[in-house]
Design a protein around this ligand. Structure first.
Ligand code: SF4
Length: 393
Protein backbone atom coordinates (compact mmCIF):
# COMPACT_ATOMS: atom_id res chain seq x y z
CA UNK A 1 0.00 0.00 0.00
CA UNK A 2 1.42 3.37 -0.98
CA UNK A 3 1.14 6.26 1.43
CA UNK A 4 -1.78 8.50 0.66
CA UNK A 5 -0.15 11.45 2.36
CA UNK A 6 2.31 12.33 5.08
CA UNK A 7 -0.58 12.35 7.55
CA UNK A 8 -1.83 8.90 6.71
CA UNK A 9 -1.48 6.98 10.00
CA UNK A 10 -1.89 3.63 8.29
CA UNK A 11 1.12 3.97 6.05
CA UNK A 12 3.25 0.98 5.16
CA UNK A 13 6.71 2.41 4.60
CA UNK A 14 8.19 -0.75 3.15
CA UNK A 15 5.62 -0.87 0.34
CA UNK A 16 6.21 2.64 -0.91
CA UNK A 17 9.11 2.31 -3.35
CA UNK A 18 8.99 5.98 -4.34
CA UNK A 19 9.44 7.18 -0.78
CA UNK A 20 12.08 4.56 -0.06
CA UNK A 21 13.97 5.64 -3.17
CA UNK A 22 13.78 9.31 -2.17
CA UNK A 23 15.03 8.65 1.37
CA UNK A 24 17.80 6.33 0.15
CA UNK A 25 19.00 8.82 -2.47
CA UNK A 26 18.98 11.72 -0.04
CA UNK A 27 20.93 9.74 2.54
CA UNK A 28 23.53 8.52 0.05
CA UNK A 29 23.97 12.00 -1.47
CA UNK A 30 24.38 13.50 1.98
CA UNK A 31 26.88 10.83 2.99
CA UNK A 32 29.05 11.16 -0.09
CA UNK A 33 29.41 14.89 0.66
CA UNK A 34 29.74 14.69 4.45
CA UNK A 35 31.31 11.37 5.49
CA UNK A 36 33.98 11.75 8.13
CA UNK A 37 37.42 10.39 7.35
CA UNK A 38 37.49 7.57 9.91
CA UNK A 39 40.41 5.13 9.95
CA UNK A 40 38.34 1.96 9.45
CA UNK A 41 36.79 3.52 6.36
CA UNK A 42 40.13 3.27 4.53
CA UNK A 43 39.94 -0.43 3.76
CA UNK A 44 36.66 -1.73 5.25
CA UNK A 45 38.29 -5.11 5.88
CA UNK A 46 36.28 -7.48 8.10
CA UNK A 47 39.03 -7.19 10.72
CA UNK A 48 38.87 -3.36 10.74
CA UNK A 49 35.07 -3.32 10.86
CA UNK A 50 35.01 -5.88 13.67
CA UNK A 51 37.56 -4.05 15.83
CA UNK A 52 35.91 -0.67 15.20
CA UNK A 53 32.44 -1.95 16.06
CA UNK A 54 33.71 -3.79 19.15
CA UNK A 55 35.47 -0.67 20.39
CA UNK A 56 32.76 1.85 19.59
CA UNK A 57 30.10 0.17 21.70
CA UNK A 58 29.69 2.41 24.76
CA UNK A 59 32.54 4.65 23.59
CA UNK A 60 32.54 8.19 22.18
CA UNK A 61 33.71 8.45 18.58
CA UNK A 62 36.76 10.66 19.18
CA UNK A 63 38.00 8.44 21.95
CA UNK A 64 37.22 5.31 19.93
CA UNK A 65 39.32 6.59 17.00
CA UNK A 66 42.36 7.13 19.25
CA UNK A 67 42.04 3.66 20.73
CA UNK A 68 41.44 2.10 17.32
CA UNK A 69 44.62 3.66 15.85
CA UNK A 70 46.69 2.59 18.83
CA UNK A 71 45.25 -0.93 18.65
CA UNK A 72 45.98 -1.25 14.93
CA UNK A 73 49.61 -0.28 15.47
CA UNK A 74 49.92 -2.94 18.12
CA UNK A 75 47.71 -5.60 16.45
CA UNK A 76 47.58 -4.94 12.70
CA UNK A 77 45.79 -8.18 11.82
CA UNK A 78 43.84 -11.11 13.16
CA UNK A 79 46.89 -13.34 13.66
CA UNK A 80 48.62 -10.74 15.83
CA UNK A 81 45.58 -10.77 18.14
CA UNK A 82 45.37 -14.56 18.20
CA UNK A 83 49.03 -14.97 19.14
CA UNK A 84 49.07 -12.19 21.78
CA UNK A 85 48.93 -12.86 25.52
CA UNK A 86 45.69 -12.02 27.31
CA UNK A 87 47.57 -9.51 29.42
CA UNK A 88 48.77 -7.54 26.37
CA UNK A 89 45.24 -7.57 24.92
CA UNK A 90 43.79 -6.20 28.16
CA UNK A 91 46.58 -3.63 28.41
CA UNK A 92 45.78 -2.33 24.90
CA UNK A 93 42.08 -2.19 25.82
CA UNK A 94 42.77 -0.30 29.02
CA UNK A 95 40.63 2.83 29.32
CA UNK A 96 37.81 1.52 27.12
CA UNK A 97 36.21 -0.47 29.94
CA UNK A 98 33.89 -3.44 29.48
CA UNK A 99 36.87 -5.78 29.34
CA UNK A 100 34.76 -8.79 28.43
CA UNK A 101 34.77 -7.29 24.92
CA UNK A 102 38.58 -7.52 24.82
CA UNK A 103 38.56 -11.10 26.06
CA UNK A 104 35.94 -11.98 23.43
CA UNK A 105 38.00 -10.34 20.68
CA UNK A 106 40.96 -12.47 21.78
CA UNK A 107 38.91 -15.69 21.90
CA UNK A 108 37.30 -15.02 18.51
CA UNK A 109 40.66 -14.30 16.85
CA UNK A 110 41.95 -17.66 18.07
CA UNK A 111 38.85 -19.51 16.81
CA UNK A 112 39.01 -17.82 13.41
CA UNK A 113 42.67 -18.70 13.05
CA UNK A 114 42.25 -22.29 14.16
CA UNK A 115 38.92 -23.18 12.52
CA UNK A 116 38.36 -20.73 9.64
CA UNK A 117 41.86 -20.33 8.19
CA UNK A 118 42.12 -16.82 9.60
CA UNK A 119 39.08 -15.57 7.61
CA UNK A 120 35.70 -14.30 8.79
CA UNK A 121 32.75 -16.41 7.65
CA UNK A 122 30.28 -14.52 5.44
CA UNK A 123 27.31 -16.15 7.07
CA UNK A 124 25.35 -14.26 9.75
CA UNK A 125 24.58 -17.38 11.77
CA UNK A 126 28.20 -18.55 11.74
CA UNK A 127 29.37 -15.09 12.82
CA UNK A 128 26.87 -14.95 15.66
CA UNK A 129 28.29 -18.16 17.12
CA UNK A 130 31.63 -16.45 17.75
CA UNK A 131 32.35 -15.01 21.23
CA UNK A 132 31.22 -11.39 21.57
CA UNK A 133 29.76 -11.19 18.04
CA UNK A 134 26.06 -10.58 18.55
CA UNK A 135 23.37 -9.81 16.04
CA UNK A 136 24.51 -6.23 15.49
CA UNK A 137 28.23 -6.89 15.01
CA UNK A 138 27.54 -9.86 12.73
CA UNK A 139 25.35 -7.64 10.57
CA UNK A 140 27.97 -4.90 10.57
CA UNK A 141 30.63 -7.34 9.31
CA UNK A 142 28.30 -8.78 6.65
CA UNK A 143 26.76 -5.47 5.57
CA UNK A 144 29.76 -3.14 5.77
CA UNK A 145 32.73 -5.41 5.06
CA UNK A 146 31.12 -7.99 2.74
CA UNK A 147 28.42 -5.78 1.14
CA UNK A 148 25.72 -8.35 1.89
CA UNK A 149 22.24 -6.78 1.76
CA UNK A 150 21.69 -6.60 5.51
CA UNK A 151 21.09 -3.61 7.76
CA UNK A 152 23.11 -3.04 10.92
CA UNK A 153 20.77 -1.28 13.27
CA UNK A 154 22.60 0.64 15.98
CA UNK A 155 21.19 3.43 18.14
CA UNK A 156 21.70 5.97 15.33
CA UNK A 157 19.78 3.87 12.83
CA UNK A 158 16.99 3.20 15.33
CA UNK A 159 16.65 6.94 15.84
CA UNK A 160 16.64 8.08 12.23
CA UNK A 161 14.32 5.36 10.96
CA UNK A 162 11.95 5.99 13.89
CA UNK A 163 11.80 9.63 12.93
CA UNK A 164 11.87 9.57 9.13
CA UNK A 165 9.16 6.88 9.11
CA UNK A 166 7.49 8.02 12.34
CA UNK A 167 7.52 4.56 13.91
CA UNK A 168 5.05 4.58 16.83
CA UNK A 169 6.30 1.33 18.42
CA UNK A 170 8.90 1.13 21.16
CA UNK A 171 12.35 0.48 19.72
CA UNK A 172 13.10 -1.84 22.63
CA UNK A 173 10.06 -4.00 21.83
CA UNK A 174 10.27 -6.94 19.44
CA UNK A 175 7.63 -5.37 17.18
CA UNK A 176 9.34 -1.99 16.95
CA UNK A 177 12.78 -3.49 16.47
CA UNK A 178 11.53 -5.82 13.72
CA UNK A 179 9.79 -3.01 11.86
CA UNK A 180 12.84 -0.75 11.98
CA UNK A 181 15.11 -3.53 10.80
CA UNK A 182 12.71 -4.23 7.92
CA UNK A 183 12.59 -0.57 6.90
CA UNK A 184 16.38 -0.18 7.17
CA UNK A 185 16.91 -3.30 5.05
CA UNK A 186 14.43 -1.98 2.46
CA UNK A 187 16.56 1.11 2.10
CA UNK A 188 19.52 -1.00 0.96
CA UNK A 189 19.88 -1.89 -2.71
CA UNK A 190 22.03 -4.85 -3.74
CA UNK A 191 25.68 -3.80 -3.85
CA UNK A 192 25.09 -0.66 -1.77
CA UNK A 193 25.01 -2.14 1.72
CA UNK A 194 28.27 -0.54 2.86
CA UNK A 195 27.43 2.98 1.77
CA UNK A 196 23.81 2.85 2.91
CA UNK A 197 24.57 1.39 6.34
CA UNK A 198 27.34 3.92 6.88
CA UNK A 199 25.11 6.74 5.61
CA UNK A 200 22.33 5.87 8.07
CA UNK A 201 24.74 5.65 11.00
CA UNK A 202 26.59 8.84 10.08
CA UNK A 203 23.38 10.78 9.51
CA UNK A 204 22.12 9.71 12.94
CA UNK A 205 25.41 10.76 14.51
CA UNK A 206 25.79 14.15 12.80
CA UNK A 207 22.33 15.46 11.84
CA UNK A 208 19.51 13.49 13.43
CA UNK A 209 21.03 13.10 16.87
CA UNK A 210 19.50 13.46 20.31
CA UNK A 211 19.17 17.17 19.47
CA UNK A 212 18.17 16.90 15.80
CA UNK A 213 19.17 19.66 13.37
CA UNK A 214 15.78 19.71 11.62
CA UNK A 215 16.08 23.28 10.32
CA UNK A 216 19.09 22.36 8.19
CA UNK A 217 18.21 18.73 7.51
CA UNK A 218 18.32 17.60 3.86
CA UNK A 219 15.65 15.01 4.63
CA UNK A 220 13.21 17.40 6.31
CA UNK A 221 10.68 17.27 3.48
CA UNK A 222 10.74 13.46 3.60
CA UNK A 223 10.56 13.15 7.38
CA UNK A 224 7.21 12.02 8.76
CA UNK A 225 8.04 12.86 12.37
CA UNK A 226 8.94 16.38 11.28
CA UNK A 227 5.67 16.75 9.36
CA UNK A 228 3.62 15.37 12.25
CA UNK A 229 5.44 17.18 15.05
CA UNK A 230 6.54 13.94 16.74
CA UNK A 231 10.31 14.38 16.46
CA UNK A 232 10.85 14.80 20.18
CA UNK A 233 8.87 11.67 21.04
CA UNK A 234 10.70 9.47 18.53
CA UNK A 235 12.17 7.00 19.07
CA UNK A 236 9.61 5.59 21.51
CA UNK A 237 11.17 3.74 24.43
CA UNK A 238 9.42 1.37 26.74
CA UNK A 239 12.08 0.79 29.39
CA UNK A 240 13.93 3.35 31.41
CA UNK A 241 17.06 2.11 33.09
CA UNK A 242 17.15 2.92 36.78
CA UNK A 243 20.66 3.90 37.76
CA UNK A 244 22.04 2.67 41.02
CA UNK A 245 24.82 4.17 43.08
CA UNK A 246 27.45 2.82 45.40
CA UNK A 247 30.64 3.91 47.13
CA UNK A 248 33.87 1.92 46.94
CA UNK A 249 37.15 2.54 48.79
CA UNK A 250 40.50 1.64 47.17
CA UNK A 251 43.84 1.35 48.94
CA UNK A 252 46.99 3.07 47.71
CA UNK A 253 49.37 1.06 49.83
CA UNK A 254 53.02 1.42 48.89
CA UNK A 255 55.71 -0.60 50.62
CA UNK A 256 59.35 -0.77 49.61
CA UNK A 257 58.74 0.85 46.20
CA UNK A 258 55.94 -1.50 45.28
CA UNK A 259 52.17 -1.10 45.20
CA UNK A 260 49.68 -3.56 46.67
CA UNK A 261 47.38 -4.90 43.93
CA UNK A 262 44.99 -7.73 43.26
CA UNK A 263 44.81 -9.88 40.15
CA UNK A 264 41.08 -10.18 39.53
CA UNK A 265 39.69 -13.55 38.53
CA UNK A 266 36.28 -15.12 38.05
CA UNK A 267 33.23 -13.26 36.80
CA UNK A 268 33.80 -10.04 38.69
CA UNK A 269 34.12 -6.67 36.97
CA UNK A 270 37.70 -6.14 35.69
CA UNK A 271 38.43 -9.85 35.73
CA UNK A 272 41.91 -10.48 34.28
CA UNK A 273 43.16 -7.02 35.27
CA UNK A 274 45.29 -5.88 38.16
CA UNK A 275 43.35 -3.61 40.51
CA UNK A 276 43.89 -1.68 43.69
CA UNK A 277 42.53 -3.49 46.77
CA UNK A 278 38.87 -2.48 47.02
CA UNK A 279 36.02 -2.71 49.45
CA UNK A 280 32.37 -1.66 49.16
CA UNK A 281 31.45 1.03 51.67
CA UNK A 282 28.21 0.03 53.40
CA UNK A 283 25.57 2.53 54.35
CA UNK A 284 26.48 4.17 57.68
CA UNK A 285 30.26 3.62 57.32
CA UNK A 286 32.94 5.81 55.76
CA UNK A 287 35.46 4.94 53.02
CA UNK A 288 38.39 5.23 55.43
CA UNK A 289 36.84 3.14 58.18
CA UNK A 290 35.69 0.45 55.74
CA UNK A 291 39.08 0.24 54.05
CA UNK A 292 41.10 0.18 57.27
CA UNK A 293 39.00 -2.50 58.87
CA UNK A 294 38.91 -4.68 55.71
CA UNK A 295 42.61 -4.51 54.85
CA UNK A 296 43.86 -4.75 58.43
CA UNK A 297 41.87 -7.96 58.80
CA UNK A 298 43.20 -9.43 55.53
CA UNK A 299 46.86 -8.40 55.95
CA UNK A 300 47.09 -8.90 59.71
CA UNK A 301 49.24 -5.80 60.32
CA UNK A 302 48.29 -2.44 61.80
CA UNK A 303 47.58 0.08 59.04
CA UNK A 304 47.49 3.85 59.24
CA UNK A 305 45.98 6.47 57.00
CA UNK A 306 48.42 8.29 54.73
CA UNK A 307 48.13 11.92 53.68
CA UNK A 308 46.19 11.39 50.47
CA UNK A 309 42.58 10.78 49.58
CA UNK A 310 40.73 11.50 46.36
CA UNK A 311 37.37 10.55 44.90
CA UNK A 312 36.15 10.17 41.35
CA UNK A 313 33.00 9.01 39.61
CA UNK A 314 32.89 5.96 37.42
CA UNK A 315 29.85 4.88 35.39
CA UNK A 316 29.47 1.21 34.59
CA UNK A 317 26.33 -0.38 33.10
CA UNK A 318 23.54 0.72 35.48
CA UNK A 319 25.99 1.74 38.21
CA UNK A 320 27.35 5.14 39.11
CA UNK A 321 30.24 4.37 41.45
CA UNK A 322 32.04 6.87 43.68
CA UNK A 323 35.57 5.54 44.04
CA UNK A 324 37.73 6.75 46.89
CA UNK A 325 41.49 6.31 46.60
CA UNK A 326 43.00 6.39 50.10
CA UNK A 327 46.69 6.16 50.99
CA UNK A 328 47.60 3.65 53.68
CA UNK A 329 50.92 3.01 55.39
CA UNK A 330 52.32 0.37 57.67
CA UNK A 331 55.59 0.17 59.60
CA UNK A 332 56.00 -3.50 58.77
CA UNK A 333 55.57 -5.76 55.77
CA UNK A 334 52.54 -8.03 56.05
CA UNK A 335 53.52 -11.67 56.14
CA UNK A 336 50.17 -12.79 54.75
CA UNK A 337 49.02 -10.92 51.63
CA UNK A 338 45.76 -12.82 51.17
CA UNK A 339 44.51 -12.29 47.61
CA UNK A 340 46.95 -9.42 47.04
CA UNK A 341 50.49 -9.09 45.80
CA UNK A 342 53.10 -6.33 45.64
CA UNK A 343 54.13 -5.23 42.19
CA UNK A 344 57.27 -3.32 41.36
CA UNK A 345 57.41 -0.41 38.94
CA UNK A 346 58.25 -2.30 35.76
CA UNK A 347 55.60 -4.96 36.36
CA UNK A 348 52.99 -2.36 37.20
CA UNK A 349 53.61 -0.23 34.14
CA UNK A 350 53.17 -3.11 31.70
CA UNK A 351 50.19 -4.55 33.57
CA UNK A 352 46.57 -3.91 32.56
CA UNK A 353 44.83 -1.71 35.13
CA UNK A 354 41.27 -0.33 35.11
CA UNK A 355 41.36 3.26 34.01
CA UNK A 356 39.79 4.72 37.21
CA UNK A 357 42.45 2.98 39.29
CA UNK A 358 45.21 4.34 37.09
CA UNK A 359 43.70 7.80 37.52
CA UNK A 360 43.80 7.43 41.30
CA UNK A 361 47.45 6.35 41.16
CA UNK A 362 48.20 9.36 39.00
CA UNK A 363 46.35 11.73 41.34
CA UNK A 364 48.24 10.23 44.26
CA UNK A 365 51.56 10.97 42.60
CA UNK A 366 50.53 14.48 41.57
CA UNK A 367 49.48 15.32 45.11
CA UNK A 368 53.00 14.47 46.25
CA UNK A 369 51.68 12.84 49.37
CA UNK A 370 53.39 9.69 50.59
CA UNK A 371 55.12 9.81 47.27
CA UNK A 372 57.77 7.36 46.27
CA UNK A 373 60.33 7.85 43.52
CA UNK A 374 59.07 5.09 41.30
CA UNK A 375 55.72 6.81 40.92
CA UNK A 376 57.30 9.74 39.07
CA UNK A 377 58.79 7.44 36.50
CA UNK A 378 55.61 5.41 36.23
CA UNK A 379 53.34 8.42 35.69
CA UNK A 380 55.72 10.14 33.27
CA UNK A 381 55.62 7.10 31.04
CA UNK A 382 51.88 6.79 31.45
CA UNK A 383 51.31 10.39 30.34
CA UNK A 384 53.66 10.15 27.40
CA UNK A 385 52.34 6.89 26.03
CA UNK A 386 48.69 6.78 27.06
CA UNK A 387 45.96 8.19 24.85
CA UNK A 388 44.52 9.70 28.02
CA UNK A 389 45.58 13.29 28.35
CA UNK A 390 46.89 14.10 31.81
CA UNK A 391 44.41 16.99 31.88
CA UNK A 392 41.55 14.55 31.68
CA UNK A 393 42.83 12.33 34.44
S1 SF4 B 1 13.90 16.49 9.91
FE1 SF4 B 1 14.75 16.35 11.97
S2 SF4 B 1 13.91 14.46 12.77
FE2 SF4 B 1 13.63 14.38 10.58
S3 SF4 B 1 15.41 13.32 9.80
FE3 SF4 B 1 15.88 15.48 9.71
S4 SF4 B 1 16.92 15.91 11.64
FE4 SF4 B 1 15.88 13.95 11.85
Amino acid sequence: MAWASLDDPLHDPVSDPVRLHSVRTALLDWFSANARDLPWRRDYSPYSVWIAESMLQQTQMQRGVAFYCRWMERFPNLASVAFASEESILRAWEGLGYYSRARNVHATAKILLENFGGEFPRDLMELEKLPGIGRYTARAICGIAFEETVACVDANVLRIVSRIFDVPYAVDSAKGRRLIETIATSLILKGQARATNQAMMEFGALVCGKDPLCSMCPLATLCLACARGTVLVRPVKKRTVRRETKTVACALFVFDKSLLVERRTGKRIWSGLLTLPEVDVPYGSTPKASLLSHLSAVLGVPLELGRFERSLRHAYTKWTITLWGIALTSPSLPSNLGPYTFLSLSDLYAAPLPSPHRKLIHAYQEAGADCVRWAHFFVDRLCRESVLSPKKL
